[in-house]
Design a protein around this ligand. Structure first.
Ligand code: FES
Length: 243
């Protein structure tokens, strides 16, 4: 059997994405097939190597025969499926979602350590967001600088939960979790104790590296200096699942 061939129990299906005829393993999701074939789909919560939560809804696509949009990260491919990843409707939808994220918290890029290296900023650019059409909430969220190496600024958090998942699924510490609902929702460490007082945090920094914005950053970084390195994640995830 060729080295990259799927195991015999996994079928290969054929599907069409944006007019391209493609084949994929039946256990793959639409976003995985798109990434393999360099078809761009915006995403914020999805990350190769972490479980899927389908929280941000930026990866919504149209599937022929479905009367609603489907999350590409949470939808498996199927034989004969026809997917559209780019349409006027999807562009409007994604742009509104990105605007809502900017309006909800205080993403002031000009004074952010992640300025220029921020996935939310990149998404705004890709979706053509040059202004926000809804009123800003201007609610003040907390900043926790109690950890000697890292800082969390809840004003810049998009609640993607990558930090929660990487800490639980890859590091095995489960320091992070979510508390509250709606606009009061926020990520917390150790039952909402200050991060610096956490008994479970190993200071590995994985949460900081996977955070898409300037919400989780290293202490001592200045505007535009915080560059994240996420290459470790798929490698670690595969090594863990191979055990
Ligand atoms: Fe699919 Fe966030 S990437 S819902």
């Amino acid at each position: 059997m060729p080295i990259n061939a799927p195991p015999p129990s996994v079928r290969v299906v054929t599907l069409r994405i944006d007019g391209l005829d493609l084949s994929a393993r039946e256990d793959e999701t639409i976003i995985e097939v798109c990434r393999e074939n360099k078809i761009p789909i915006p995403s914020l919560c999805w990350m190769d190597g972490l479980s899927v939560v389908g929280a941000c809804r930026l990866c919504m696509v149209e599937v022929t025969g479905q009367n609603r949009l489907l999350a590409a990260c949470a939808t498996r491919v199927a034989e004969g499926m026809e997917v559209t990843t780019d349409s006027e409707k999807l562009r409007r939808y994604r742009r509104t979602l990105v605007e809502l994220l900017f309006a909800e918290r205080n993403h002031v890029c000009s004074v952010c350590v992640s300025n220029g290296h921020c996935e939310l900023q990149w998404l705004a650019e890709a979706c053509g967001v040059d202004h926000v059409r809804m009123p800003y909430r201007n609610a003040g969220y907390g900043v926790d600088s109690s950890h000697e190496m890292f800082r969390v600024d809840h004003n810049r958090c998009v609640l993607c939960t990558r930090c929660v998942r990487v800490c639980d699924e890859i590091e095995g510490a489960h320091t992070w979790d979510l508390m509250g609902r709606g606009s009061d929702c926020q990520v917390i460490t150790d039952l909402a104790r200050p991060w610096g007082e956490s008994d479970t945090c190993t200071s590995c920094g994985k949460c900081v590296q996977v955070c898409p914005t300037g919400a989780l950053v290293k202490q001592g970084t200045s505007v535009g200096e915080m560059v994240k390195d996420q290459h470790f994640l798929p490698i670690l995830a595969r090594r863990r699942s191979a055990r």
